[in-house]
Ligand binder design. Structure first.
Ligand code: ATP
Length: 216
Protein backbone atom coordinates (compact mmCIF):
# COMPACT_ATOMS: atom_id res chain seq x y z
CA UNK A 1 0.00 0.00 0.00
CA UNK A 2 1.31 3.48 -0.79
CA UNK A 3 1.75 6.08 1.93
CA UNK A 4 -0.43 8.56 0.07
CA UNK A 5 -2.66 7.84 -2.85
CA UNK A 6 -4.35 10.54 -4.94
CA UNK A 7 -7.07 9.66 -7.42
CA UNK A 8 -8.65 12.12 -9.80
CA UNK A 9 -7.64 15.12 -7.73
CA UNK A 10 -8.68 18.51 -9.09
CA UNK A 11 -8.28 21.97 -7.63
CA UNK A 12 -9.02 25.45 -8.87
CA UNK A 13 -8.70 28.88 -7.31
CA UNK A 14 -11.09 31.63 -8.39
CA UNK A 15 -12.11 29.76 -11.52
CA UNK A 16 -8.51 29.06 -12.50
CA UNK A 17 -8.06 25.28 -12.88
CA UNK A 18 -4.73 24.42 -11.29
CA UNK A 19 -4.87 20.64 -11.03
CA UNK A 20 -7.07 18.38 -13.05
CA UNK A 21 -7.58 14.64 -12.52
CA UNK A 22 -4.24 14.05 -10.78
CA UNK A 23 -3.36 10.47 -9.81
CA UNK A 24 -0.29 9.89 -7.64
CA UNK A 25 1.12 7.25 -5.32
CA UNK A 26 3.85 7.96 -2.79
CA UNK A 27 5.69 4.70 -2.34
CA UNK A 28 7.61 3.95 0.84
CA UNK A 29 11.40 4.02 0.79
CA UNK A 30 11.79 6.15 -2.33
CA UNK A 31 12.84 9.68 -3.20
CA UNK A 32 10.26 11.17 -5.53
CA UNK A 33 10.43 14.55 -7.22
CA UNK A 34 7.79 16.84 -8.63
CA UNK A 35 8.87 19.39 -11.19
CA UNK A 36 6.94 22.07 -13.01
CA UNK A 37 7.12 25.73 -13.94
CA UNK A 38 6.49 28.58 -11.47
CA UNK A 39 2.89 28.70 -10.40
CA UNK A 40 2.04 25.31 -11.86
CA UNK A 41 0.69 24.03 -8.55
CA UNK A 42 3.59 22.09 -7.00
CA UNK A 43 3.11 23.58 -3.54
CA UNK A 44 -0.66 23.17 -3.70
CA UNK A 45 -0.21 19.53 -4.70
CA UNK A 46 2.06 18.95 -1.68
CA UNK A 47 -0.52 20.60 0.60
CA UNK A 48 -3.27 18.36 -0.80
CA UNK A 49 -1.04 15.31 -0.33
CA UNK A 50 -0.54 16.16 3.33
CA UNK A 51 -4.25 16.78 3.85
CA UNK A 52 -3.72 20.49 4.52
CA UNK A 53 -5.81 21.63 1.52
CA UNK A 54 -8.93 19.87 0.32
CA UNK A 55 -9.26 19.13 -3.38
CA UNK A 56 -12.45 20.20 -5.15
CA UNK A 57 -12.74 16.72 -6.57
CA UNK A 58 -11.12 13.33 -6.21
CA UNK A 59 -9.76 11.26 -3.33
CA UNK A 60 -6.77 11.64 -1.03
CA UNK A 61 -5.94 8.58 1.02
CA UNK A 62 -3.16 8.64 3.60
CA UNK A 63 -2.16 5.30 5.13
CA UNK A 64 -3.56 5.49 8.69
CA UNK A 65 -0.21 4.24 10.05
CA UNK A 66 1.18 7.71 9.22
CA UNK A 67 -1.66 9.67 10.84
CA UNK A 68 -2.16 10.92 14.38
CA UNK A 69 -4.38 8.76 16.60
CA UNK A 70 -7.49 10.78 15.73
CA UNK A 71 -6.50 10.78 12.06
CA UNK A 72 -6.48 14.56 11.95
CA UNK A 73 -2.82 15.12 11.13
CA UNK A 74 -0.08 13.21 9.24
CA UNK A 75 2.18 13.01 12.28
CA UNK A 76 4.75 10.82 10.51
CA UNK A 77 5.33 13.56 7.92
CA UNK A 78 8.07 16.15 8.38
CA UNK A 79 6.87 18.98 6.16
CA UNK A 80 8.38 22.18 4.78
CA UNK A 81 5.94 23.97 2.51
CA UNK A 82 6.20 27.75 2.58
CA UNK A 83 8.77 28.94 5.06
CA UNK A 84 7.77 28.44 8.66
CA UNK A 85 7.19 31.57 10.71
CA UNK A 86 10.35 31.72 12.77
CA UNK A 87 10.76 34.21 15.57
CA UNK A 88 13.34 36.65 14.18
CA UNK A 89 14.52 37.80 17.62
CA UNK A 90 15.32 34.25 18.82
CA UNK A 91 18.22 31.93 17.99
CA UNK A 92 17.85 28.95 15.68
CA UNK A 93 17.98 26.58 18.64
CA UNK A 94 15.30 28.54 20.54
CA UNK A 95 13.05 28.46 17.49
CA UNK A 96 13.36 24.72 17.08
CA UNK A 97 12.89 24.20 20.80
CA UNK A 98 9.64 26.18 20.68
CA UNK A 99 8.42 24.10 17.72
CA UNK A 100 9.46 20.83 19.38
CA UNK A 101 7.36 21.74 22.40
CA UNK A 102 4.21 21.56 20.27
CA UNK A 103 4.43 17.78 20.03
CA UNK A 104 6.69 17.20 22.98
CA UNK A 105 8.31 14.06 21.58
CA UNK A 106 11.92 15.25 21.39
CA UNK A 107 14.33 17.15 23.61
CA UNK A 108 17.65 18.99 23.44
CA UNK A 109 19.69 16.06 22.10
CA UNK A 110 17.55 15.59 19.01
CA UNK A 111 17.43 19.33 18.28
CA UNK A 112 21.20 19.66 18.65
CA UNK A 113 21.74 16.58 16.46
CA UNK A 114 19.44 17.92 13.72
CA UNK A 115 21.12 21.34 13.72
CA UNK A 116 24.60 19.83 13.53
CA UNK A 117 23.52 17.60 10.66
CA UNK A 118 22.52 20.62 8.57
CA UNK A 119 25.68 22.53 9.50
CA UNK A 120 24.21 24.97 12.04
CA UNK A 121 25.80 25.58 15.41
CA UNK A 122 23.16 24.92 18.09
CA UNK A 123 25.04 27.09 20.58
CA UNK A 124 25.43 30.10 18.27
CA UNK A 125 23.91 33.30 19.66
CA UNK A 126 23.02 34.65 16.21
CA UNK A 127 19.31 35.48 15.88
CA UNK A 128 17.27 34.00 13.05
CA UNK A 129 16.45 37.54 11.88
CA UNK A 130 20.14 37.84 10.94
CA UNK A 131 20.34 34.45 9.22
CA UNK A 132 21.16 34.29 5.52
CA UNK A 133 18.60 32.63 3.23
CA UNK A 134 20.76 29.52 3.13
CA UNK A 135 20.87 29.34 6.93
CA UNK A 136 17.08 29.70 7.11
CA UNK A 137 16.78 26.88 4.60
CA UNK A 138 19.05 24.71 6.75
CA UNK A 139 16.99 25.53 9.83
CA UNK A 140 13.79 24.54 8.02
CA UNK A 141 15.40 21.26 7.00
CA UNK A 142 16.48 20.58 10.57
CA UNK A 143 12.91 21.25 11.65
CA UNK A 144 11.56 18.86 9.03
CA UNK A 145 13.55 15.89 10.25
CA UNK A 146 14.36 16.61 13.91
CA UNK A 147 11.43 14.53 15.14
CA UNK A 148 12.52 11.54 13.06
CA UNK A 149 9.39 11.25 10.97
CA UNK A 150 9.33 8.53 8.36
CA UNK A 151 8.26 10.80 5.50
CA UNK A 152 9.76 14.14 4.45
CA UNK A 153 7.72 16.46 2.23
CA UNK A 154 10.01 19.28 1.11
CA UNK A 155 9.07 22.19 -1.13
CA UNK A 156 12.21 23.44 -2.91
CA UNK A 157 14.69 22.18 -0.29
CA UNK A 158 17.71 23.34 -2.30
CA UNK A 159 16.68 26.97 -2.75
CA UNK A 160 19.21 29.46 -1.45
CA UNK A 161 21.89 26.87 -0.67
CA UNK A 162 25.38 27.28 -2.07
CA UNK A 163 27.07 24.44 -3.98
CA UNK A 164 28.49 22.82 -0.83
CA UNK A 165 25.12 23.14 0.89
CA UNK A 166 23.36 21.46 -2.01
CA UNK A 167 25.85 18.56 -1.89
CA UNK A 168 25.41 18.19 1.89
CA UNK A 169 21.63 18.19 1.68
CA UNK A 170 21.65 15.70 -1.20
CA UNK A 171 23.87 13.37 0.86
CA UNK A 172 21.61 13.81 3.88
CA UNK A 173 18.49 12.96 1.92
CA UNK A 174 20.15 9.87 0.43
CA UNK A 175 21.07 8.71 3.92
CA UNK A 176 17.46 9.18 5.03
CA UNK A 177 16.25 7.17 2.04
CA UNK A 178 18.77 4.42 2.79
CA UNK A 179 17.49 4.38 6.39
CA UNK A 180 14.09 3.53 4.92
CA UNK A 181 12.51 6.97 4.99
CA UNK A 182 10.46 8.35 2.14
CA UNK A 183 11.10 11.74 0.58
CA UNK A 184 8.96 13.81 -1.74
CA UNK A 185 10.43 17.07 -2.95
CA UNK A 186 9.80 19.75 -5.53
CA UNK A 187 12.51 21.48 -7.49
CA UNK A 188 13.07 23.80 -10.39
CA UNK A 189 16.56 22.44 -10.77
CA UNK A 190 16.97 19.52 -13.15
CA UNK A 191 20.40 18.71 -11.72
CA UNK A 192 19.01 18.22 -8.19
CA UNK A 193 16.26 16.05 -9.56
CA UNK A 194 18.62 13.93 -11.67
CA UNK A 195 21.06 13.55 -8.79
CA UNK A 196 18.54 12.45 -6.24
CA UNK A 197 15.14 11.27 -7.39
CA UNK A 198 14.21 7.62 -7.87
CA UNK A 199 11.06 8.74 -9.67
CA UNK A 200 10.16 12.05 -11.29
CA UNK A 201 6.76 13.55 -12.06
CA UNK A 202 6.00 16.75 -13.91
CA UNK A 203 2.99 19.02 -13.60
CA UNK A 204 1.98 20.00 -17.08
CA UNK A 205 -1.08 22.18 -17.54
CA UNK A 206 -2.77 20.78 -14.47
CA UNK A 207 -1.99 17.12 -15.04
CA UNK A 208 0.78 15.10 -13.42
CA UNK A 209 2.88 13.10 -15.84
CA UNK A 210 5.51 10.51 -14.99
CA UNK A 211 8.90 11.56 -16.36
CA UNK A 212 10.94 8.74 -14.89
CA UNK A 213 9.62 5.67 -13.08
CA UNK A 214 10.96 4.40 -9.77
CA UNK A 215 14.16 2.40 -10.15
CA UNK A 216 15.07 2.11 -6.49
N1 ATP B 1 -4.96 29.57 -1.14
C1 ATP B 1 -4.89 30.04 -2.38
N2 ATP B 1 -5.79 30.93 -2.84
C2 ATP B 1 -5.73 31.43 -4.10
N3 ATP B 1 -4.78 31.07 -4.99
C3 ATP B 1 -3.87 30.20 -4.59
C4 ATP B 1 -3.85 29.62 -3.28
N4 ATP B 1 -2.81 28.77 -3.18
C5 ATP B 1 -2.19 28.80 -4.38
N5 ATP B 1 -2.81 29.65 -5.24
C6 ATP B 1 -2.41 29.94 -6.61
O1 ATP B 1 -2.16 28.73 -7.28
C7 ATP B 1 -1.05 28.87 -8.20
C8 ATP B 1 -0.04 27.77 -7.96
O2 ATP B 1 0.64 28.01 -6.75
P1 ATP B 1 1.78 27.03 -6.20
O3 ATP B 1 2.40 27.77 -5.08
O4 ATP B 1 1.25 25.69 -5.95
O5 ATP B 1 2.77 26.96 -7.45
P2 ATP B 1 4.21 26.33 -7.52
O6 ATP B 1 4.23 25.41 -8.71
O7 ATP B 1 4.60 25.75 -6.22
O8 ATP B 1 5.05 27.63 -7.85
P3 ATP B 1 6.56 28.05 -7.49
O9 ATP B 1 7.43 27.18 -8.32
O10 ATP B 1 6.59 29.48 -7.92
O11 ATP B 1 6.74 27.87 -6.01
C9 ATP B 1 -0.52 30.27 -7.99
O12 ATP B 1 -1.02 31.08 -9.04
C10 ATP B 1 -1.09 30.68 -6.66
O13 ATP B 1 -1.30 32.06 -6.62
Amino acid sequence: MSIVSLRGVSKSFRGNQLLSGVDFDLEAGTIQAIQGPNGSGKSVLLKILCGFVRPDDGQVRIDPAYLSPRHTFPQEFGVIIDRPGYVAAATGYANLERLAEIRGVIGRNEIVGAMRKVGLDPDARQKVGNYSLGMKQRLALAQAFMEGQRVLVLDEPFNALDADGVEEVRDMLRIFRDEGRTILFTSHNQEDIDALADAVHRINRGTLEPVRASTH
